[in-house]
Ligand binder design. Structure first.
Ligand code: ZN
Length: 312
């Protein structure tokens, strides 16, 4: 039996049982520093002890600082707190269908990627998919049922991701799938399914553990930057928040990265991009901000000017 007091045990002794612990080790409570109602706003990392309230802003870097701030000691004799297994993400079965999309691209999809400067070789490396409208005849019933419940297959029996470039996070067993539609007469250019917990590209942080992390807004900017890093062997990873107003969960993850990595923000050159920068600087106050030359978007700037301007 493991008698060691874990960070989580110490947190439970100070704060009581967490409302939830996600599978990456981020635990949530109602904030002890303000009258926290509705959605719980207080989070702590169960391995490194970093804690923060996303409503009142109280924060610190360790269990010791939390204990001090609460004026409460961690109990010396702690029962070992077992994390309840998080519910299986609903998107599980659809992962099988997503894998099928990673095999073949339509000629239009190949042409679109080429136009955006993305090499097919790199598209495969990133696990990009292409959605056809028609589900394959041998697709298991369970997958069809789950896809319907996620509104991924419509009432006529067609994939909603039809005629779109797909990206999964992580690409091998996505919990989140985003589609970028290729036809312009669609109501939406983007649709997504599943739970977006991480910035797009997060799987590369876990696999490559880079000390330099770029953050951009859009999926194609993220692809363009990573492709250029990949081609020149530059040890950096680029993440996308996906849109100009990142969720609290995305911001939490950026905050965690910012503690021990250099962060570089590359905003779009518009008003939304300014707001986006302000949001992220709250989580990563030491981040550098680099504006692409000539007011271009990041992927256009790479296509036109190469990578010199990206140097931090
Ligand atoms: Zn609070």
């Amino acid at each position: 039996m493991n008698m060691e007091i874990t960070v989580l045990d110490a947190l439970v002794s100070l704060l009581g049982e967490p409302v939830k612990v996600d599978h990456r080790g981020w635990a949530t409570w109602y904030c002890p520093f303000h009258n926290d109602t509705g959605r719980p706003n207080f989070g702590a990392h169960i391995y490194d002890g970093y804690w923060k309230c996303f409503s009142c802003g109280e924060q610190g870097g360790s269990v010791a600082s939390l204990s001090k701030r609460l004026g409460k000691k961690v109990s010396g004799l702690l029962p070992h707190y077992e994390i309840k297994k998080p519910e299986k993400p609903k998107i599980n079965l659809v992962q099988e269908a997503f894998r099928l999309t990673q095999r073949n691209f339509s000629p239009q999809a190949t042409a679109y990627l080429r136009r955006r400067g993305i090499l097919m070789e790199f598209a495969h490396f990133m696990g990009l998919g292409y959605g056809f409208h028609e589900p394959p005849a041998d697709l298991a019933d369970g997958i069809i049922e789950e896809a319907k419940s996620l509104h991924l297959i419509n009432e006529q029996g067609y994939w909603m991701w039809g005629h779109a470039i797909l990206i999964g996070e992580p690409p091998t067993h996505p919990e989140f799938i985003q589609a970028r539609f290729l036809s312009d007469n669609k109501k939406f250019r983007f649709l997504s399914w599943g739970e977006k917990i991480h910035p797009l590209g997060w799987w590369m942080i876990e696999n490559f553990n880079p000390s330099l992390v770029y953050i951009v807004e859009g999926m194609f900017d993220m692809l363009a930057l990573n492709q250029v890093f990949w081609r020149i062997g530059f040890k950096a990873v680029c993440l996308a928040t996906g849109g100009a107003s990142p969720s609290a969960q995305i911001l939490e993850h950026i905050g965690i990265l910012a503690k021990n990595r250099q962060i570089v923000l590359v905003p779009d050159q518009d008003e939304a991009g300014d707001k986006w920068t302000q949001f992220i600087l709250l989580e990563a106050p030491k981040a550098r901000v680099i504006a692409p030359p000539e007011g271009l978007d990041p992927d256009e700037a790479i296509a036109k000017h190469g990578v010199q301007w990206l140097k931090p």
